[in-house]
Design a protein around this ligand. Sequence first.
Ligand SMILES: Cc1cc2nc3c(=O)[nH]c(=O)nc-3n(C[C@H](O)[C@H](O)[C@H](O)COP(=O)(O)OP(=O)(O)OC[C@H]3O[C@@H](n4cnc5c(N)ncnc54)[C@H](O)[C@@H]3O)c2cc1C
Length: 528
Amino acid sequence: MDFDYVIVGGGSAGCVLAGRLSENASVKVCLLEAGGSDDSAIIRAPIGAVVMLPRAVNNWVYETVPQPGLNGRRGYQPRGKVLGGSSSINAMVYIRGHRWDYDHWASLGNAGWAYQDVLPYFKKSENNEVVADDFHGQGGPLNVAALRTDNPFQQIYVEAARELQVPINADFNGQEQDGLGIYQVTQKDGERWSAARAYLHPASSRPNLTVITGAHTTRVLLEGKRAVGVEYRQGGATKIARAGREVILSSGAFGSPQILMLSGIGDGAELKALGIPVNHDLPGVGKNLQDHIDVILAQRSNSTDLFGLSFAGIGRMIREFKRYKTESRGMFSSNFAETGGFLKSDPNEPIPDLQLHFVVAMVSDHARKPRLGHGFSTHVCVLRPKSVGSVALASPDPLAPPKIDPKFLDHPDDLERLLRGFKFLRRLHATPAFAPYRLEELFTAEAQTDDQLRDAIRGRADTVYHPVGTCKMGNDRLAVVDAKLAVHGLSGLRVVDASIMPTLIGGNTNAPTIMIGEKAADLIRAAA
Ligand SMILES: Cc1cc2nc3c(=O)[nH]c(=O)nc-3n(C[C@H](O)[C@H](O)[C@H](O)COP(=O)(O)OP(=O)(O)OC[C@H]3O[C@@H](n4cnc5c(N)ncnc54)[C@H](O)[C@@H]3O)c2cc1C
């Protein structure tokens, strides 16, 4: 089990690295993934997300510690546990964030990460079927497509936005992010286009790439200050994969800091308290957790163009299943969050600070509490929350879930932005465009005054699935990796995934993580 590169985690970033590094036939690459194969209809068919989101199907189904800001509730944290990682279970919305986010990363001292530096990597990764201009790429592995659902609620939503005088945006990844509109999705011919589909499957027959599934990595092996391999568990056995050049952790915002800490790399005092020998004191590991806090306005409806449980809905689903099998179109190709966009919660904001996801279903507790009937739901989240949390080890047992504490709504500013956002959602759902389809508001109808709304938000808000920042890039005391994504103070070890983001970007995090993988592949090749 000797390789040049050992990549830990076959998610959005790990698949990019496995695909790109193995392009060089003279290097041996190993990809270790704790989950299984992604050869599954519920991954390929976009509708399958509704099976995976609420339960432990290709999903780590993590929970947070009780959150005082959420009235003491535990948040839910689904994460992909399968080849493709979270890109195999996510909602497929293709968004890059705002150019400001990357210029901000560079201004924090991260040379090479300004918008003009990362744009070529977004384009390199992309095969955009919808837009061909200076902002987009064609011919890359990640297919970006228009939705094939033909759902009338897309136009109803756009009409509602027009009625509120909100600009309609045809491309949130182009010149301007502001406005509402229809999302582009990481799909091809109506199927999910995960990072595995884009980067790993085309590389799978290469003799220099070894992909090992069911391999739960437990620690990085160090010789002095150099990483030389990893230890992993597979089917009850403990095994070793050695890396002649580099170990690359791509286990995501929870997995990567967890593996570092299990390896004795982290806050020395915290590790000692758990009885873990300290190999490298690096206090920032697991700190700086940032996530998009989100609240939903859900509305019951009379329309079977919306997903729901009813006799008419079942009949519709049978017809839609046949349609999907013959045309790869219709409701089975839905990513659920079909429309949305970016808004300023206050006109004085320089750039949008809120994002909307309009879901063609009634959403309650991450689809964990299905309800009878049909409906629609609009999410609103705070794009750059000021609350900052952490992920830590709950125990020295490498198979135990980590202790996730996002500190949601810890900072009062986040609550005030959500409040302004929620009031906008009420106005959106109250437009004439929605009137023929709108029945009663669910869950939050009683809340009318600002204080009642604040309490309702604390009672219902949770993640919209974008945790980042727990192995942040930078030069300050809490930085874990440098601008080349090498772990400070060690050699032969990098972190490449959403955890390296120094600050949460203003948008969904899959395309940015794939961009990070593309850029890292060039950095790693340049160092060889
Ligand atoms: C339900 C959901 C919906 C989302 N919707 C969208 C969306 O619509 N658009 C968007 O842009 N983003 C979305 N995201 C976010 C996006 O998918 C993630 O930010 C992105 O996939 C993160 O990539 P990553 O490489 O950092 O981690 P991941 O893709 O999560 O990959 C980490 C991989 O490491 C593996 N791993 C972890 N620990 C170990 C270990 N100890 N040993 C071996 N392997 C390990 C995991 O099993 C996983 O495969 C969503 C996420 C979720 C969960």
